[in-house]
Design a protein. Sequence first.
Lengths: 154, 214
Amino acid sequence: MVSLNVNNKLIEVDVDPNTPLLWVLRDHLDLVGTKYGCGVAQCGACVVHLDGEAARSCVTKVKRAEGKKIVTIEGLAENNDHPIQQAWMEVDVPQCGYCHSGQIMSAAVLLRENPNPSDEDIDISMSGNICRCGTYSRIRKAIHLAAEINKSNS
Amino acid sequence: MKNRKQLLHLHKNRKFAGVLFILTIVAVSMGMTGKQFSKAEYVKIPQQENDSLASVQAFKKVYEVLMHPRCMNCHPAGDIPLQGDDSHVHSMKPRRGKDGKGLYAMKCANCHQNTNTPGKHAPPGNPEWHLPPADMKMVFQGRSASELAKQLVDKSKNGNKSIEDLIEHAEDTLVKAGWNPAEGLSLPPYSHEEWKEAWLTWLENGAYAPADSE
């Protein structure tokens, strides 16, 4: 049995401690917003927050997440209205949308650590999140907008 | 018939032999009774002299290992680590960051777990996975043997490590991770034990740098 804190809920799951966190989230907890892309930490579709860091859940064994705070796209904001989500909708960023929960989770870490990122900062932070539809220019625009929303909220 | 002078000489020789005999008996009996000299009477043997030839010779082996991709890939000349046996720039171009642990959503530990992830092209792992920090980059890439040897013992460039610290560093978990490559990656040319022996020989014999031409 593995004890987890997922989106501020304490949960016990009967899984092998070596199971990737991604499969625990999707198959055992029905949190399917986090996506499977490559399975080897190369694409970023599976990014969740592990104690605030943008961990790739496809290669993170669930035992590593014990005692840490896990936040998935479902838990980023109560009403899906995190400034980044607002900006994503405003700019209409996704095309197919498959990679965007990972994109948003990575962008959230960037803005927490750098509230006013330059284009270069965005490129550095987001270079591990691949979008096969090529929405990169809209991702960049939405991150700038989210930074503005954060500023106007504070 | 012996004259007086010859008799006197004979007498002296016998007297000397007698004294020698008594001294020998005393010495042997002291040994047999186990009488030992106290510690204070031992003469301290001076420390081993530095051996520049042995030191430089050992560094050749050290250098071969440090320039192998398993070591050099995390000691790049730039701020992006290298990857693979051909030491290409790391895909996704993760940056060093101030503490050497990455930047923003691209921190080393986001992908690199505590242990190697199984499968080809999957991230190698170690709990301490990181680059040297931004204020102490400890670059190996592009350094000659002479340059690297001097850099390794320069406290202003080695993380303020003394020779003792450097000796201890041979057992560092991230140093040893070089001999635990992910699937499909090559091992350094010598075992960790062989490398450590060369590392210690180099350091303990004076940490001499090879000549620039070597």
